[in-house]
Design a protein around this ligand. Structure first.
Ligand SMILES: *Cc1c(COP(=O)(O)O)cnc(C)c1O
Length: 391
């Protein structure tokens, strides 16, 4: 028995090496990784540019704390600002911390403006925003809140994709809305550009902040740096993480000048934005912002989506529909199969995918996949689907 707190129920698979889109076990078995550490390994495993950035920084300096100037932070923040809606960046180590910063911004913004009574954040059902006390309250899912009462105060929940419900939920105490442009854990579901535009209009009408959780759907996953860009709107705050470090722990909370209300003494973190993270984050951005990279994501995203749609047509008794955008795609399973059980069979056949809510199988491959990887993945799904029988 392991000395670990049993907070996870991991598969028995233990990998010792990763290369590109593949992972290897000690006994030499190879797996096609369409899980990418839950959308973290955006550039696959052991990407030479990232390895080089980490190694050369490791030779120079690891950590100094935020009590000293970290040039890499200033540089990476500027690059994120130049490439996005934002004017300011706060670096964290994880997605939940990036969301925490956003929640603190929502309260501080209105406090600064003489409206301290505005502190509530409207979130959506089926949301996932992290596992800290505030972010489980923001997520609002009973299964994550159970046992941890009292829940952090100040979160309301409405149906995802429903602008009428959102509008009706805004009250005199509302400070902000916090929404995933594409829901990840909840079942890989995006409500579309009109919804995001409608949220912007509601935020403007009521003078509240529009905050997006792009921890999973951001950093190129949908074929733009941030998923909200598809709606051609500017949010006030965006929290991101996962892909931003390509596997090195890193998160960021981005804000417009108006919403960048966190000042000296208001917020902080010991590790956030340390030199190692900044070096790798910069290397990830080099690749993401390189010529034609997002075009590639869109192209392979469309190809994977089409291939998954073919599976729905070929196995209507197993699969219901394809959801999501870019390389954040979900295959919804029919009631007669269970996504986790099917995922385990895919794993045994050499393909790693992630389960999500609503009986969905998530495909979150590294953004560097090629058509050949899609063909290989689909062939494995077909092999497992054929063995299911019961057409
Ligand atoms: C993973 C995730 C988080 C939490 O990020 P951590 O790094 O696990 O704290 C928050 N929001 C969304 C949408 C996520 O997918």
């Amino acid at each position: 028995m392991s000395a670990l707190m049993p907070t996870y129920a991991p598969s028995d698979l233990a990998f010792v090496k990763g290369e590109g889109v593949y992972l290897y076990t000690a006994d030499g078995r190879r797996f096609l990784d369409f899980y990418a550490g839950i959308a973290v390994n955006a550039l696959g495993h052991a990407h030479p540019h990232l390895v080089e950035a980490l190694k050369s920084q490791a030779d120079q300096l690891w950590h100094v704390s935020n009590l000293f100037t970290i040039p890499g932070q200033i540089k990476l923040a500027q690059r994120l600002v130049d490439a996005s809606f934002a004017d300011r960046v706060f670096f964290s180590n994880s997605g939940a911390e990036a969301i925490e910063a956003a929640i603190k911004i929502a309260r501080k913004y209105h406090d600064d403006n003489g409206n301290p009574e505005k502190y509530r954040v409207v979130c959506c059902h089926n949301a996932f925003h992290g596992r800290t006390l505030a972010t489980i309250a923001a997520g609002g899912q009973e299964k994550m809140l159970a046992g941890f009462a009292p829940a952090v105060e100040g979160f309301d929940h409405v149906a995802y994709g429903n602008l009428n419900e959102m509008r009706a939920a805004i009250g005199p105490e509302t400070a902000a809305m916090l929404v995933e442009p594409v829901q990840g854990e909840g079942g890989v579901y995006g409500a579309g550009p009109e919804y995001l535009k409608g949220l912007r209009a509601i935020a403007d009408e009521f003078g509240i902040l529009l905050m997006f959780d792009e921890v999973q759907c951001g950093m190129g996953r949908t074929g733009k740096l941030f998923a909200h860009e598809w709606a051609d709107i500017k949010p006030d705050v965006v929290a991101t993480a996962k892909g931003i470090g390509g596997g090195f722990p890193l998160g960021a909370c981005l804000a417009t000048e108006k919403a960048a209300v966190l000042k000296v003494g208001n917020h902080g973190t010991t590790y956030g934005g340390n030199p190692l993270a900044m070096a790798v984050g910069g290397a990830v951005l080099d690749v993401l912002l390189g010529d034609g990279f997002f075009d590639h994501v869109i192209e392979v995203g469309n190809a994977l989506e089409a291939a998954l749609n073919n599976l729905v047509e070929k196995y209507p008794h197993l699969f219901v529909e394809v959801r999501g955008q870019g390389l954040m795609l979900g295959l919804k399973c029919n009631d007669n199969i269970e996504n986790r059980a099917f995922k385990t069979k895919l794993e045994a056949a050499g393909l790693l995918v992630a389960p999500a809510g609503d009986n969905v199988i998530r495909f979150l491959p590294p953004l560097i996949i090629e058509q050949a990887h899609i063909d290989e993945a689909i062939a494995i799904v077909e092999k497992v689907a054929d063995a299911e029988g019961g057409a």
